[in-house]
Design a protein around this ligand. Structure first.
Ligand code: COA
Length: 696
């Protein structure tokens, strides 16, 4: 088997890479490139060498799977890059698709880079907790300067062909390199040391200080400083040293794990990849509130025509206005061209009444989260939607099977839990009902990918994967508030990267999402008899619901707000004290940071184990995808389950047992899941646990 081919095309030699799907630099590709380059060196009458790829893209990076191999070293590839760059005959990279990581580093070692329109370029290693390890930190700043290189390496963001030409990353926009094109190019001067303003390096060093738990940022600061101060060979050693240290680091392992987790989460055990799907050409969205608008935008931005339906024209007008504002904002911030915004606008039409959705292939109802309303709507959609149309219910906690039954065609129904704002948040939790047809699920997973979402599939239960785990997290946060800890103290611990580093702690998160929204579902859950019946359960948020302390939008919640600024709220402290007294909760002065951290994270891990054991999620890694893509769990921690594995499951089980023994466990909150206990006993990892029936 070969992944490369050396051929002559007239005076040119061509070294072609063929390693589907994305021409990643596997061991085979690297050895093939080395052999091919040997041939070129012997093939003395070849005027120049062209590096070309077959398939859908130029090399999209090093093979990430290889990075877990302790024997992996970039040295052989790096030696090849040095030989390419020192070659007396010209070597040209012919670029298209996504030129990423090691692919861009390969291109940087060449004398010329020719790219066709619509090529995109990035050094995304930072998203894997790494730095480029094949001279990217050295060749890029020497070619385009410190500022551009610093930006690309520290954000990992892609740039397009136009920008690449502007900054001097590529030499020519053309579909392919021919002998004439190559002959017309004159070599671009590459600085012996990278140039740029000193504040670029200072800013990188400052950024690294702010993220001391992600050492890759320190590595960027130091390798770019080396690029500016040292000769290439010496500076390349600085890069090599950092790369070697980063590769096995916890943040890098966590992000490699997530890379593959996010791709696997779209695969459903028992559903083959090429499974039949239903055609979706027109989308309908019912309900034009915040959520409906975000959902409509998600589809329209991805090129699908959307009908947005409401009960009256005034609501449609308001929604269209909101869409207008969002698009204008995106254009202003340079996220969208005016042309693309106009095209998006043209794809969204408003209409009064459900009938307007009768021709849609996929209808997503995003009406108010209230079972009675959802059921009315479901009945009507069941009658109105054309045969074979998919009916998706956007809910964060309600029973999808009950809603599906009300349509009279449960096989066509699926749950879609979008996160707000839906056109921004990456996660889509797809809820598979008891009777959801396989082709409905496949279609929705395919369309989710089309609109750029990261998906995880959940079975039906209260809160699905994400909110079910968030419930125990909120429960402990509120319980500790009754015991005397302030929301800012609790949030502070969990937001502190030394403990965890959540984007927002539980109280800040609920204040932003709306205490009323959260409380309403808790109240319904308790009323249904399924939720905990103890009077103190989430007593805080239930009372806040009654008194109108609905969070940021109300100016009061767990915090007091001045604009968006969260300040300590004395009224909340008084309420916590009052409820503590009412429910006989003893005030504690000994709540440590460790206890706050453990009581927030460990019950979530335990709940996740229940979720896995019940088959609600198919794999541990799906749960980490939910939390990192939808709930602000830091990617460099890998997710709650990867983090639990890093801490050690025996420690987690021991601490859950400790809290059960210390406080008594009248409500069973600390009862350890048998799955978690057995994984801990056997030395298993919960993040790599897969459910029954899956073929690995
Ligand atoms: N190493 C190993 N496998 C890779 C890979 C890499 N660098 N890049 C992509 N793949 C695999 C994916 O795992 C997926 O495999 P699967 O089909 O078995 O699930 C397949 O290639 C297609 O990737 P996917 O992300 O599903 O396709 P896409 O068209 O949406 O995106 C890329 C393609 C290249 C833009 C995207 O995969 C990507 O960003 N890859 C990472 C690039 C990177 O970080 N490179 C630097 C490494 S140091």
């Amino acid at each position: 088997m070969t992944a490369t081919r050396y051929v002559r095309e007239g005076t040119l030699a061509v070294l072609e890479i063929d390693n589907p799907p994305v021409n990643a630099l596997s061991g085979l590709v690297i050895s093939g490139l080395i052999e091919g380059f040997d041939k070129f060196e012997r093939d003395e009458d070849a005027a120049a060498l062209v590096l070309r790829c077959r398939g859908r893209t130029f090399v999209a990076g090093g093979d990430i799977a290889m990075f877990d191999d302790p024997a992996f070293s970039p040295a052989p590839f790096n030696d090849l890059l040095n030989r390419i760059s020192a070659s007396p005959r010209r070597v040209v990279a012919e670029l298209f698709g996504t030129v990423l990581g090691g692919g861009l580093e390969l291109a940087l070692a060449c004398h010329f880079r020719i790219a066709c329109e619509n090529t995109r370029f990035a050094l995304p290693e930072i998203r894997l907790g790494l730095i480029p390890g094949s001279h990217g930190t050295q060749r890029l700043p020497r070619l385009v300067g410190l500022a551009e290189a610093g930006r690309m390496i520290s954000t990992g963001e892609m740039i397009d062909t136009g920008r690449a030409l502007e900054i001097g990353l590529i030499d020519l926009i053309a579909d392919s390199a021919d002998a004439v094109a190559i002959a017309t190019l004159s070599p671009r001067p590459v600085a012996a040391q990278a140039e740029g303003a000193p504040e670029v390096l200072r800013n990188l060093a400052d950024a690294a200080q702010l993220r001391i738990h992600e050492p890759a940022y320190q590595a960027i600061a130091e390798t770019l400083a080396a690029a500016a101060q040292l000769p290439f060979e010496k500076a390349a050693e600085v890069e090599a040293d950092w790369f070697r240290r980063l590769l096995p680091s916890a943040p890098a392992r966590a992000q490699r794990y997530l890379f593959f987790a996010e791709r696997r989460s779209a695969e459903v055990p028992g559903l083959s990849r090429g499974a039949a799907t239903r055609a979706v050409e027109r989308v309908g969205v019912l309900g034009a509130g915040m959520m409906g608008v975000g959902i409509a935008l998600s589809f329209a931005l991805a090129g699908l025509p959307v009908t947005l339906s409401e009960v009256e024209q005034s609501r449609i007008d308001a929604a269209l206005e909101r869409i207008e504002g969002t698009l204008a904002g995106m254009v202003r911030r340079g996220r969208l061209s005016e042309h693309a915004a106009q095209a998006c606008r043209n794809r969204i039409s408003g209409a009064v009444g459900i009938k307007a959705l009768s021709q849609a292939d996929l209808v997503i109802e995003a009406v108010f989260e209230d079972m009675a309303i959802k059921l009315d709507v479901a009945r009507e959609l069941g009658r109105t939607c054309k045969p074979g149309a998919i009916i998706a219910t956007n809910t964060s906690t309600l029973d999808v099977d009950v809603i599906a039954a009300a349509t009279g065609r449960p096989q066509d129904v699926v749950g879609t839990h979008f996160f707000s704002p839906a056109h921004v948040m990456r996660l889509l939790e797809v809820v598979r009902g008891r009777e959801t047809a396989a082709d409905v699920l496949s279609t929705v997973l395919g369309i989710a990918r089309r609109i750029g979402k990261t998906v995880a599939v959940s079975g039906v239960c209260y809160g699905f994967i994400g909110n079910r785990m968030a419930e125990v997290y909120m429960r402990e946060s509120e319980a500790m508030q009754l015991e005397g800890a302030s929301p800012e103290r609790i949030d502070g611990v969990i937001e502190d990267p030394a403990w965890l580093g959540m984007a927002m702690g539980p109280s800040r998160m609920l204040d932003m999402a709306g205490v009323d929204v959260g409380a309403r579902t808790v109240i319904e859950w308790i009323a249904s008899g399924e939720g905990p019946q103890e009077p103190a359960y989430r007593a805080l948020c239930r009372r806040m619901f009654e008194t109108g302390s609905h969070g940021q939008k109300a100016g009061y919640g767990y915090y007091r707000y001045e604009g968006r600024k969260a300040l300590s709220n004395p009224a909340h402290a008084a309420l916590a004290a009052e409820l503590a007294e009412l429910h006989g909760v003893v005030h504690r002065n000994d709540l440590t940071e460790r206890e706050i951290f453990e009581r927030l994270l460990y019950p979530m891990v335990n709940e996740a184990a229940h979720i896995l054991a019940e088959g609600i999620a198919a794999r541990g890694s799906d749960i980490d995808v939910v939390w990192t893509a939808g709930y602000g769990f830091p990617r460099w921690r890998g997710g709650p389950l990867f983090m639990a594995d890093e801490i050690g499951l025996p420690e987690i089980v021991a601490r859950l047992d400790h809290y059960a023994a210390r406080d008594g466990d009248p409500h069973g909150y600390w009862q350890v899941s048998p799955l978690l206990r057995s994984l801990a006993a056997q030395g298993g990892r919960i993040s790599s646990w897969t459910g029954k029936g899956e073929r690995e």
